[in-house]
Design a protein around this ligand. Structure first.
Ligand SMILES: *[C@@H]1O[C@H](CO)[C@@H](O)[C@H](O)[C@H]1NC(C)=O
Ligand SMILES: *[C@@H]1O[C@H](CO)[C@@H](O)[C@H](O)[C@H]1NC(C)=O
Ligand SMILES: *[C@@H]1O[C@H](CO)[C@@H](O)[C@H](O)[C@H]1NC(C)=O
Ligand SMILES: *[C@@H]1O[C@H](CO)[C@@H](O)[C@H](O)[C@H]1NC(C)=O
Length: 341
């Protein structure tokens, strides 16, 4: 259904340059090393309370700010998809991965720093930053209402982080390109459809949805795949012209859970009602696989929780460093070699 109500707002205005739709580039990742284990720290080190201590710190942070769950999940995704789950997203540097455009607005670094500090004081040189990230994300997911799933650990940290390695696609990516991107990391369409469910707790700045609610693809109309009433609702938060000297407004990726930041399957029901916020959210319903996934998770919250845990673990295996590879950083922002003493 087309939404003519907005046409007047847009008619006659010159169009902004359309840009930045990167092709999903397949980038070879390091070979998976099958050296991860459940309860790695309890079984193989004297740091037996690592997971418990991490959970306590995450709980304190989550109680102050439940939006931390989405922030941690985004960190895991940005880390794992680029040069593997090696904590490279955490490294500081003028040209490190976190400086990439796609990584603007990443949050949660301070929580990881706090956890690392506690780990180093209790059992120095044992717990990797990359494991901290995965354990913290799991803890936050379970606090938000997801499954408290077991996390494979034993990762070690990488020693490089280069902004030019960052090939994360924009949210305008098509379903087929997103499937191909996931497949370049040995993840499949079910992982894609499932991990998109993380958006049940997410927030996006208006510039990520502007093109969908005004003048989509130069039609002068909203995206035809978006429910009209919903487009109007988004437009109320995201004005056509950004207001000057005001911070950019943001919208919830799942207005049903909104500020409760709950882990919920309502995201999928919304997408099935053409109320996806980002392009990629609505892309879910452009394929038979995506619709099948959304219908199943809408029907069964239990399946969503389970499969989400499974896909998190599958993502958490991408390009891991184990055994003698990599290192354990003293501080997640610096490699051992660059650690300022
Ligand atoms: C644990 O601590 C004991 C006593 O200090 C030590 O002998 C042992 O090697 C340690 N084990 C590991 C895996 O570090
Ligand atoms: C980052 O990657 C680019 C492109 O591969 C390369 O030219 C550059 O030397 C790398 N920088 C560092 C610090 O390794
Ligand atoms: C955008 O418009 C062009 C030209 O009308 C059309 O060929 C293309 O399929 C449209 N793309 C989308 C994503 O709607
Ligand atoms: C969010 O989840 C918490 C804990 O499971 C629950 O107490 C709360 O009622 C939920 N809020 C909403 C809006 O679903």
């Amino acid at each position: 259904m087309r939404c003519y109500w907005l046409a007047a707002a847009v008619a006659g205005l010159s169009l902004w340059a359309s840009c930045c739709v990167d092709e999903a580039r397949g980038q070879p990742t390091r070979q998976d090393v099958n050296g991860l284990a459940l309860n790695y720290y309890t079984k193989n080190t004297n740091c037996t309370r690592a997971e418990t201590n991490i959970r306590n710190l995450v709980r304190a942070a989550w109680e102050l700010d439940p939006s931390i769950t989405a922030a941690l999940l985004r960190l895991v995704y940005s880390d794992c998809f680029v040069t593997g789950c090696d904590g490279s997203i955490l490294l500081d540097g003028e040209r490190s991965e976190k400086m990439a455009d796609q990584n603007q607005g990443l949050r949660g670094f301070e929580l990881i720093d706090n956890i690392k500090q506690e780990m180093e004081s209790k059992c120095p040189g044992i717990v990797s930053c990359s494991d901290i990230l995965h354990l913290a994300a799991r803890d936050a997911v379970s606090m938000a209402g997801g499954w408290n799933y077991p996390v494979f650990t034993g990762r070690r940290d990488g020693t490089t982080s280069n902004v030019s390695d960052v090939d994360l696609p924009p949210p305008t990516i098509s379903w087929d390109d997103a499937v191909a991107y996931f497949s370049s990391r040995n993840l499949d369409v079910l992982d894609l459809g499932t991990l998109l469910g993380a958006h049940t707790m997410g927030v996006a700045n208006c510039h990520y949805v502007h093109y969908r609610i005004y003048n989509y693809n130069n039609t002068g109309l909203p995206d035809a795949t978006m429910d009209c009433r919903f487009a109007r609702q988004l437009a109320a938060t995201c004005p056509y012209k950004p207001r000057r000297n005001r911070p950019e407004p943001a919208v919830f990726l799942n207005p049903t859970t909104g500020a409760s930041y709950n882990f919920s399957n309502s995201y999928y029901a919304n997408v099935l009602s053409n109320e996806g916020v980002l392009g990629i959210d609505q892309q879910l319903t452009t394929s038979r696989d995506g619709v099948r996934i959304a219908e199943e998770y809408t029907r069964s919250f239990k399946d969503f929780r389970r499969f989400f845990a499974n896909s998190m673990n599958r993502m958490g295996r991408i390009g891991v460093l184990t055994g003698k590879l990599g290192e354990i950083r003293p501080n997640c922002r610096f490699t051992r070699a660059n650690f300022p003493h």
